[in-house]
Design a protein around this ligand. Structure first.
Ligand SMILES: [Zn+2]
Length: 67
C-alpha cells in the first residue's frame, strides 16, 4: 500500500498506532489524523503520555483499535 496517511498538521507519515490513538482520543470515525506529537500538543499533554496510553490499550486489549 503506497497510500500512507500523513499528519494533517506537520505532514509526518503516520504509523498504525498514531491513527488508532487519534481514533480513540479524538474521533472514532476520523479520516484525517494527527501524529502523536501534534496530538499531544492539541490535548495539552506530552508525547510520553500518549505513548503510555497506547501501551496501556495494547496491554489491556480493551480497545479493538489496538490489535
Ligand atoms: Zn504532526
Amino acid at each position: 500500500m503506497a497510500d500512507h496517511k500523513r499528519c494533517i498538521e506537520c505532514r509526518t507519515e503516520l504509523l498504525a498506532d498514531d491513527i488508532a490513538i487519534h481514533r480513540k482520543l479524538v474521533d472514532r470515525g476520523a479520516s484525517e489524523f494527527f501524529c502523536i506529537d501534534c496530538l499531544a500538543r492539541k490535548l495539552g499533554c506530552t508525547r510520553e503520555d500518549i505513548e503510555r496510553l497506547i501501551e496501556y490499550y495494547r496491554k489491556t486489549g480493551v480497545c479493538s483499535l489496538f490489535v
